[in-house]
Design a protein around this ligand. Structure first.
Ligand SMILES: [Zn+2]
Length: 188
C-alpha cells in the first residue's frame, strides 16, 4: 500500500492496472481519477485504487462558503449531505460536517420532489447559507448542484450530454439539478 494526497480529478492510474475503489471513477479514456480530496490508497496486491477522504472536524463553515459532499439521507423535501471539503479564503480544506438542502434551496425553478434534484450517494457542490452544527445549503445557482452521480436504474456512471444526464451503461436519462461543473462531460 502507498498513500499520497490527491484532489478531485487527479489521475491515480489506468483501468488496466487497478480496479476503481471508493472515491475513484474511471473517465472515458480509462484513467482512474479521484472524486474527492484525500489520500490515495493503491493496493498492488488486490489491484485497487481508492481515495480516503481527508477530514477536519473542527473547521467552522461560514455563510457563502462553497462546499462539496455526498448525499447520505433524503426524503421528498430534504437532502442531508456529508460535507468533506470546503473552498474558502482561496483554499480547499478538508472537513467533516453535515449540511441539509431544503427543497426551497434546490433550484431557481419550481421543484415538486427532492428526488428530481438529487439521489442518495450523489456528489454535490453547494453554498452554505446558514446554520451551525447542521449547515443549511443552497444549490440554486448554475455552478452548484450535482457534480457526480450514478444511474437510478443500473448504477452506471452518468455523463452530462447536451444538457441532460445520460447513463453510460443503459442509456437512460436521469433527472437531477446538475451543476455547470459536473465532472463527467461527454466530449462532442
Ligand atoms: Zn443506467
Amino acid at each position: 500500500m502507498s498513500s499520497e494526497k490527491v484532489a478531485p480529478g487527479d489521475i491515480l492510474g489506468v483501468i488496466e492496472e487497478f480496479l476503481p475503489g471508493s472515491g475513484v471513477y474511471e473517465d472515458e479514456k480509462g484513467y482512474l481519477r479521484s472524486c474527492v480530496l484525500g489520500s490515495a490508497l493503491i493496493d498492488r496486491y488486490k489491484k485497487t485504487a481508492s481515495v480516503k477522504p481527508a477530514v477536519n472536524k473542527y473547521l467552522t463553515l461560514k455563510n457563502g462558503d462553497i462546499v462539496e459532499g455526498v448525499v447520505e439521507y433524503m426524503n421528498e423535501d430534504l437532502a442531508f449531505v456529508r460535507i468533506y471539503w470546503v473552498e474558502n479564503r482561496r483554499a480547499v480544506k478538508p472537513v467533516d460536517a453535515i449540511g441539509v438542502i431544503h427543497i426551497s434551496q434546490a433550484s431557481q425553478t419550481y421543484v415538486e420532489s427532492m428526488y428530481d434534484v438529487v439521489r442518495l450517494s450523489d456528489v454535490v457542490r453547494a453554498k452554505v447559507v446558514g446554520g451551525k452544527g447542521v449547515y443549511q445549503l443552497s444549490i440554486k445557482e448554475p455552478h452548484l448542484g450535482v457534480i457526480y452521480a450514478r444511474c437510478n436504474y443500473c448504477g452506471g456512471e452518468l455523463l452530462y450530454e447536451n444538457g441532460r444526464l445520460v447513463c453510460s451503461s443503459c442509456g437512460q436519462v436521469n433527472k437531477r439539478k446538475v451543476a455547470s461543473t459536473y465532472i463527467l462531460t461527454k466530449v462532442q
